[in-house]
Design a protein around this ligand. Sequence first.
Ligand SMILES: C[S@@+](CC[C@H](N)C(=O)[O-])C[C@H]1O[C@@H](n2cnc3c(N)ncnc32)[C@H](O)[C@@H]1O
Length: 256
Amino acid sequence: MAHAAGLSVEQLIARGNEAAPATTAAALRELTARRIQREPMAYILGEREFWGLPFKVSPAVLVPRPDSETVIEAALSLLADRDRSWRILDLGLGSGCLLLTLLREFPAARGVGLEVSEAALAVARTNAAALGVGARAELLLGDWRQPGWREQIGGSFDLLVSNPPYIEAGAIAGLMPEVSRFEPKLALDGGADGLAAYRAIAAEAPRLVAPGGRLLLEVGEGQTPEIYRIFQSTGFTAEAPWKDLGGIDRVVSLKY
Ligand SMILES: C[S@@+](CC[C@H](N)C(=O)[O-])C[C@H]1O[C@@H](n2cnc3c(N)ncnc32)[C@H](O)[C@@H]1O
C-alpha cells in the first residue's frame, strides 16, 4: 500500500483515515495481481533489505536472504580488525549483498566480485555506487566454468566468500513458485548433485586465497560434509560451520 501510494509507512499511517486516490487504488490492484501470481515481494518493490542496508533487486538477481547474513556474521567474527585493508573476493555477486556489505563493515577493505550474468552485474554496480563503496569494489563479468577465469581476477585474498548456486538441478521445479518460477536459474542450479560450483571454485581456491586466509561458503542443508571434503582435498583446513537462524549449518569456514 505504501509503495502504491508513494508514501512511507509512517506517512501512510498518519493519513490512514483519508480515502485512497483512484490512481493509488489502481496501482495497488496491479501490484496485488503480481503477488497473487506468486512474484516475490522484492521484485515487485524492486528492493530488499540485507544486513540493514537497502539493495536494489531485479529478476536478474537472487533475492538476498536472511540466511546469507550468516556469511557476514562469520566474517565479522573471524576478521577481528575492522580497520585493516583486507582483500575480499566474492564469487557469484548477484545483487552484491555479500561483498558490498563487507566493504561497508570493513571501511579500509578492497573487494573484487565475479558474476556471469551481465544483468546481475549491472544491479551489483548500481548497489555499489548507492552504498558508497564503488571506489573500493572491482566488479567483473566472468564465468568460473570457463578456463582462465582465475587469471582474470588475479591477486590473492584474505577472504573469499561465495553463495554459489547449490540446488540440485532436478529439485528446482519442486521449489516454491516464488523461487522456481521467478528467481534466475543461474542463481539456483548447482548441477546434478548441487555441488558443481563448489568443485569449480575449489579447483582454483588455493591460488586465490593467501596463506592464512579464509573461505566462507554458503551451503545447502546437508551439504556441509561433502563440501568440507572437496575443499580439504585442495589444501584447506575445516573450521566449525556457522548456523543460520533456523539452526541449520549454513556457512562452511575453511582456513588456508
Ligand atoms: C545463489 S546466487 C547468490 C547471489 C548473492 N551473492 C547472494 O548471496 O544473494 C549465485 C550467483 O552466482 C552467479 N553465477 C552462477 N554461475 C556462475 C558462474 N559460472 N560464474 C560466475 N557467477 C555465476 C549467479 O548468476 C548468481 O548471481
